[in-house]
Design a protein around this ligand. Structure first.
Ligand SMILES: NC(=O)c1ccc[n+]([C@@H]2O[C@H](COP(=O)([O-])OP(=O)(O)OC[C@H]3O[C@@H](n4cnc5c(N)ncnc54)[C@H](OP(=O)(O)O)[C@@H]3O)[C@@H](O)[C@H]2O)c1
Length: 266
């Protein structure tokens, strides 16, 4: 049966099940979920009446051809060692685990393997899921996975060596930009009588509107800055200060993230 199986009903597993079913890309009878704890399995069954719940990873592996591993990286090896002996070999394993490479996954399962980097912004149908197919993945399986993730936002196909930097932008990016929004709002509130709540509301709306503007007009950030930061004006003063100091701040942040990713120089 060509069901999609999701192993691990945590933050990402829950988001994917919710996204696939809410978007209508999958019907309730096309998804099977399992998770380590009874609580998580029961929570899934309660949220999605009629969904397939497997009591064990092996049961899910026998019922599904596409198996999404939504467990933490340190649990991937154990889960694959558990299910691979029960599989036919023509299944498609889709791993969300950060830092576990295709070679390592293919060492545990010699069939089709794809790495996917999700993003929390898919919760609201936005953002980009990164997809990196292994050498064994055929056209049909590749398109099926790309179609699934297209239902919860954009997808971008990437080479494995691009994954660290692409992950920083698409998957860590919401955290980075949330920090920028927070700092901008806090600075405006600190320097004025504007309340912190209203400052955050304005900064958040402005960030969303700016992204929409850039996307819809096709202008570059430089084009937009040129329109807003007129000579000698208020914006120009702020942009000048930011352009002087932010490159160093972001260079350091990106270098630290790549080091944590274990990908310096890759
Ligand atoms: N969070 C993000 O923004 C993000 C972004 C990109 C990639 N990722 C990747 O996505 C994966 C999942 O992350 P997450 O944030 O969703 O983690 P999480 O919330 O901790 O969820 C992991 C789930 O795996 C289940 N689990 C653990 N061991 C298991 C086993 N042996 N068999 C079956 N289920 C098991 C846990 O089960 P119980 O709840 O039943 O105990 C838990 O629900 C990770 O590999 C991470 O690197 C996450």
């Amino acid at each position: 049966m060509d069901c999609i199986g999701v192993i691990g009903y945590g933050h990402m597993g829950g988001m994917l099940v919710n996204g696939f079913l809410s978007s209508g890309v999958l019907g309730i009878d096309e998804v099977v979920v399992t998770s380590k704890s009874r609580e998580s399995r029961d929570a899934c069954a309660a949220a999605w009446p009629g969904i397939g719940i497997a009591r064990a990873n092996g049961e899910l592996a026998r019922r599904c051809r596409t198996i999404i591993l939504a467990v933490r990286p340190q649990e991937v090896t154990e889960v694959l060692r558990e299910i691979v002996p029960l599989m036919d070999g023509d299944e498609h394993i889709v791993s969300l685990a950060a830092g576990i490479g295709l070679a390592e996954l293919e060492g545990l399962f010699s069939g089709s393997v794809t790495r996917v980097v999700p993003t929390i912004s898919s919760t609201v149908g936005q953002g980009t899921t990164l997809i990196c197919h292994g050498r064994q993945v055929g056209m049909h399986d590749a398109l099926r996975v790309e179609g699934l993730f297209s239902s919860i936002g954009n997808v971008m196909l990437v080479e494995e060596e691009e994954l660290p930097a692409a992950t920083i932008l698409s998957s860590c990016g919401p955290g980075l930009l949330a920090a920028v929004i927070e700092e901008l709002a806090d600075a405006a509130a600190r320097a004025s009588g504007l309340s912190a709540d209203r400052a955050l509301q304005l900064a958040t709306e402005t960030a969303a509107a700016t992204a929409a503007y850039l996307r819809e007009t096709g202008e570059t950030p430089g084009d937009l800055i040129g329109r807003v930061a007129t000579g000698g004006g208020v914006t120009e003063v702020g942009v000048k200060g930011i352009r002087e100091r932010l490159p160093e701040v972001f260079d350091e942040a990106v270098a630290a993230m790549l080091e944590r990713y274990g990908a310096v120089g890759k």
